[in-house]
Design a protein around this ligand. Structure first.
Ligand code: CMC
Length: 391
């Protein structure tokens, strides 16, 4: 002891240099390559943000169409993978399926992936970005017993995903542009978030030189947990459990009770000690989607009131707990028609861009080393082995 700094949860350890994403948690600022998330969410597209994260600059219009063509070229899955799905139980959680299928991609692209070659790394990155919507949509189709829908490359990245998820062979699927835009915006909001748990997992797995598809599967596993990506699912389940606004005080009291493990899901963040800028855009998007679909959800009212009560409660004020990106996303996804279990799969789809961009950045860093934290040992001192009859 004494030799190493004890930093559980890595609250004060910078594990890398990175030029991708900047967060000022006290001010509620999030920038990708310098661009504020609010501007990207309003004016940009997920394809453009993907290009920006991977390449460092916003694309020209030629670069954007070239990039989109490259991505669409890779949207299909190897037919053999279709049979892989059939090995899962129909009621498997989509994240379990995603983890398995993305991990299995490593067996399809094993030899071609020379990670020391930047061109090969970019191809692996494009493949992952392109195939995630297909993989996530197929996980959904499998769970509801409907046939897999092949990608249609005449549609946008997000439109194609909507069609693969909600389309059926029996009738044409028409993409609703407002829903397409809202989902694209949700993807932008989830694209990257510097060294969060799943991204750090991808970097750590990748630091040994492992296959990129296997590394992304590790990121998916980490994202699944309710303290991370699983929070969007947990937040909507919580709102459903609370139900009506009159029951909010009871749950606020539970969240404050240190003897009760209950936490307000979609609230609080390791880095943001102010309003999560992504939550602001998310709340506004709920209103747009409701207006365009001509629907409403009483849970939105519950969520708004919960937020207001929490933000005026000394416990949440003192601990600087604010709604995070996941507080409102579930309400939109559910209005679009996604079942709760798919929410984290959509997060994984979008975060894949951040994962591959961070992985590329790490591998191309000349100072890159295998990640190998140390520990403070607390076990017994050296002692001698005793035969079993002497213990
Ligand atoms: N409800 C009630 N109390 C909370 C909450 C909450 N949601 N979040 C934190 N606290 C309290 C916590 O009990 C602790 O109190 P004390 O200091 O008295 O022990 C204090 O606030 C600090 O919390 P912490 O757990 O030490 O903070 P952390 O940085 O380790 O955890 C977090 C951050 C996001 C895991 C946590 O806030 C949480 O569990 N939130 C709910 C889950 C959630 O919404 N996660 C999504 C995060 S955003 C999307 C993503 O990046 O994946």
């Amino acid at each position: 002891t004494g030799k190493f700094t004890y930093d559980p949860g890595f609250t004060s350890t910078a594990s890398c240099d990175s030029a991708l994403t900047y967060i000022d948690g006290d001010e509620g600022v999030l920038l990708h390559r310098g661009y504020p998330i609010g501007q990207l969410a309003e004016h940009s597209s997920f394809m453009e943000v993907s290009y920006l994260l991977l390449n460092g600059e916003l694309p020209s219009s030629d670069e954007l169409s070239q990039f989109s063509r490259t991505i669409t070229r890779h949207t299909m899955l190897h037919e053999q993978l279709m049979t892989f799905y059939r090995g899962f139980r129909r009621d498997a959680h989509p994240m379990a399926v995603m983890c398995g299928v993305v991990g299995a991609l490593s067996a399809f692209y094993h030899d071609s992936t020379d990670i020391s070659d930047p061109v090969q790394r970019m191809i692996a990155s494009h493949r992952l970005i392109a195939k995630m919507p297909t993989i996530a949509a197929m996980a959904y189709k499998y769970s509801v017993g409907q046939p897999f829908i092949y990608p249609d490359n005449s549609l946008s990245y997000t439109g194609n995903f909507l069609r693969m998820t909600f389309g059926v062979p029996a009738e044409p699927y028409v993409v609703n542009p407002v829903v397409e835009r809202a989902l694209d915006r949700i993807f932008i909001l989830h694209a990257d978030h510097e060294q969060n748990a799943s991204t750090s997992t991808v970097r750590l797995a990748g630091s040994s030189g492992a296959n990129p598809f296997a590394c992304i599967a590790a990121g998916i596993a980490c994202l699944w947990g309710p303290a991370h990506g699983g929070a969007n699912e947990a937040a909507l389940n919580m709102l459903r459990e609370i139900g009506t606004p009159d029951r909010i005080p009871h749950y606020i009291a539970r969240a404050k009770d240190k003897n009760d493990p209950f936490r307000l899901m979609g609230f609080g963040h390791r880095v943001y000690k102010n309003y999560d800028p992504r939550a602001t855009v998310m709340q506004q998007t709920v209103r747009e989607v409701f207006a365009s679909l001509n629907v409403t959800d009483p849970l939105f009212e519950t969520a708004l009131q919960l937020e207001e009560i929490a933000l005026n409660d000394p416990y949440f004020v003192e601990k600087k707990l604010f709604p995070n990106v996941d507080f409102y996303s579930g309400i939109i996804l559910s209005a679009i028609g996604f079942p709760t279990a798919m929410f984290t799969a959509l997060f994984a789809l979008a975060r894949t861009v951040g994962w591959v961009a961070q992985w590329n950045e790490m591998i191309s860093d000349p100072g890159q080393k295998i990640g190998r934290p140390r520990q403070l040992y607390t076990g017994p001192a050296q002692r001698d082995y005793l035969p079993v009859d002497k213990r």
